[in-house]
Ligand binder design. Structure first.
Ligand SMILES: CC(C)(COP(=O)(O)OP(=O)(O)OC[C@H]1O[C@@H](n2cnc3c(N)ncnc32)[C@H](O)[C@@H]1OP(=O)(O)O)[C@@H](O)C(=O)NCCC(=O)NCCS
Length: 201
């Protein structure tokens, strides 16, 4: 990771919306709920904070478009990867010089993760990790999502749930299509939960 940025998820202010590019404002207007609009703007603000902190020379007409699969796509900045995540209270973004995926999971999501563990973690040994404690449940979830984002494997349509296998939590070890993967993990604790970043090694 070259730089991190974050932003609280609040009702978007006019100043925040003014920072967006035309393509992002157009996308904002198609978001279906007030919550989703707040999340979208917070993610874009977090991304701009990460980019500003990166020291990279930024073009005046920088835009964060959306790729076909939903991944953020930097327009006007080649060779730089961006990942965005939002949970209940904040959005976090990371900028890197290689493919990266990040995912933030709130500790309060642990009971929900346990409820869906059979579907999200099809292997018995993964579920055993998830059931250990709240932190393990959140890290297993966030790791799967982060790997899916970094490798651009769709979680549901792309079979990510099955293809990405959590082998260990401390330290994180993941297999993709039954093989060891060359991802480097970073785990960060925030006040309300945990974040996992996965970047190509
Ligand atoms: C959409 C998905 C990429 C992540 O969703 P999520 O974890 O619920 O949401 P997050 O807030 O962490 O991430 C959303 C951001 O990821 C980015 N994103 C979306 N699709 C992406 C993709 N295919 N690749 C990389 N990044 C993607 C976007 O920037 C999006 O924010 P934006 O739309 O405001 O720009 C996907 O993994 C998914 O559909 N998850 C479903 C949940 C599930 O069943 N998970 C099983 C976990 S074990």
């Amino acid at each position: 990771v070259i730089a991190w940025g974050e932003a609280p998820i609040d009702d978007p202010t006019a100043d925040a919306i003014a920072l967006l590019s035309a393509v992002e404002r157009a996308r904002l207007s198609t978001q279906r709920s007030a919550r989703r609009r707040a999340e979208f703007v917070a993610g874009r603000l977090a991304a701009r904070r990460a980019l500003s902190g990166s020291g990279l020379p930024l073009p005046r007409d920088l835009a964060i478009d959306r790729d076909e699969d939903g991944a953020p796509l930097l327009i006007g900045l080649a060779g730089v990867a961006l990942s965005i995540t939002h949970a209940r209270v904040r959005a976090i973004a990371a900028v890197a010089d290689r493919p990266i995926g990040i995912d933030l999971c709130d500790a309060t999501d642990a009971p929900r993760i346990r409820r869906v563990a059979r579907r999200a973690f099809p292997r018995a040994h993964e579920r055993a990790l998830v059931l250990e404690d709240d932190r393990s449940a959140c890290l297993a979830w966030a790791a799967k999502e982060a790997v899916a984002k970094a490798l651009r494997i769709g979680m549901l349509e792309g079979g990510g749930v099955e293809r990405i296998e959590i082998v260990a939590i401390d330290p994180l070890e993941v297999r993709v299509d039954a093989a060891r993967c060359d991802l480097v993990f970073e785990v960060r604790a925030v006040d309300e939960g945990w974040l996992v970043a996965a970047a190509k090694g």
